[in-house]
Design a protein around this ligand. Structure first.
Ligand SMILES: [Zn+2]
Length: 293
C-alpha cells in the first residue's frame, strides 16, 4: 500500500497504510466521494439510523486542525517507539492485513459523520502486546494491540465493531470535546497560538498529544461511539449482532487476567449490551444491503 501521499508526507517509515490513498485509488470513486460529502454537509442526522444527536458545540473551543496535528505527532511517536522495541507488526502480518481489510470497508462511511474525515490520512497499526486495547486518535490514527484480537478471539465482525467504535470517537470528536471541557481556555488559547505561530507551539502540541493517550471518555461518549460504530460497521457489511457478542466477550474478560487498559475505560455492563441489542435491528437493513453489493 505505497500510496502517493505517504511518500509526500514522509509517513512511509512508520505507518502501516494510508487508508485515504487506498480509498481514493480503489473502492472510492470521485462521484461517490462527492455524494457522501454532499450528504454529510446537508443532513448528517437524517442519514443515520442510530440516534445520537448533534456533537456538542463546546468542542469548538479547541481548534480541530491543531488537535489533529498534535495527535499525528503523538501517534508517530507511539509507532516509532513500538518499532524501536520491535513490537510493531509490519506489512505482510496476517493480523495486520485483517485490520487493513476491515478499515478499507469502514472508512468510506466516515465522512457521513464528520466532513473533516475526507481530509484525514487514516492509519492503522498493530502493536504486539498482551494489553486488551485499541484506540483511534483525532484525525484517524488507529492502533490495535494484539491482546484484544488474541485474548478475545475476535471474529472479523467483532474486530470491525471495535474499529467502528474507535473511529466513532474520532469522528464525533470526543477528545476535542473532553479537552474543551476540562481545560477550555488554557488549551484553546495555546492551540490558537500554535495555529498562529505564536508561543511555544512544540510544548503545547506535545502536552496535548500525551493527554490523548490517557483521556477517559464519558458514559455518553461511549454510548455514542457504540451506536455510531455499529452503524458504520453495518454499512461496511459487518454483522450487527457481533456488537453484542463482542461486549459479552469483554464482560467475560473483565473477570479474567486481561490487561485492564481498554476495560477500565470501557465498562462492559448489561446496560451497554442492552442498548446495542435495541439498536441492532435499526441497522440490519444497512447490513443486508451492504452484503448484496
Ligand atoms: Zn470507547
Amino acid at each position: 500500500m505505497k500510496g502517493k501521499c505517504q511518500r509526500e508526507s514522509g509517513w512511509a517509515y512508520y505507518c502501516g497504510m494510508c487508508m485515504l490513498c487506498f480509498a481514493k485509488s480503489s473502492a472510492w470513486s470521485s462521484r461517490r466521494g462527492f455524494l457522501l460529502a454532499s450528504a454529510a454537509a446537508a443532513a448528517t442526522p437524517a442519514l443515520a439510523q442510530v440516534d445520537v444527536g448533534k456533537p456538542e458545540a463546546i468542542r469548538k473551543l479547541v481548534p480541530a486542525e491543531a488537535l489533529e496535528n498534535s495527535a499525528a505527532q503523538q501517534y508517530a511517536k507511539v509507532i516509532s517507539d513500538a518499532r524501536a522495541k520491535n513490537v510493531l507488526r509490519s506489512e505482510g502480518d496476517p493480523q495486520l492485513a485483517r485490520l487493513h481489510a476491515i478499515a478499507r470497508k469502514l472508512i468510506p462511511f466516515a465522512t457521513q459523520w464528520n466532513p473533516r474525515a475526507a481530509q484525514w490520512r487514516w492509519q492503522v497499526n498493530l502493536i504486539a502486546s498482551k494489553q486488551i486495547n485499541a484506540w483511534c486518535m483525532p484525525g484517524g490514527k488507529i492502533a490495535f494491540y494484539t491482546g484484544i484480537l488474541d485474548q478475545l478471539k475476535l471474529t472479523d465482525d467483532e474486530a470491525a465493531m471495535i474499529m467502528g467504535h474507535e473511529m466513532a470517537h474520532a469522528l464525533r470528536e470526543h477528545a476535542r470535546e473532553r479537552l474543551a471541557k476540562s481545560q477550555a481556555t488554557n488549551i484553546g488559547l495555546r492551540l490558537g497560538a500554535q495555529l498562529l505561530g505564536l508561543g511555544n507551539a512544540g510544548d503545547a502540541a506535545a502536552n496535548i498529544g500525551t493527554q490523548l493517550l490517557t483521556l477517559k471518555f464519558s458514559r455518553s461518549d461511549e454510548s455514542e461511539a457504540d451506536l455510531v460504530g455499529l452503524e458504520i460497521a453495518a454499512r461496511g457489511a459487518y454483522l450487527p449482532d457481533a456488537s453484542v457478542s463482542l461486549w459479552k466477550k469483554m464482560t467475560a474478560a473483565s473477570g479474567g487476567s486481561g490487561g485492564p487498559a481498554f476495560l477500565s475505560t470501557h465498562p462492559s455492563g448489561p446496560q451497554r449490551i442492552q442498548q446495542l441489542q435495541a439498536n441492532v435491528p435499526k441497522v440490519k437493513a444497512l447490513y443486508d444491503k451492504a452484503r448484496r453489493v
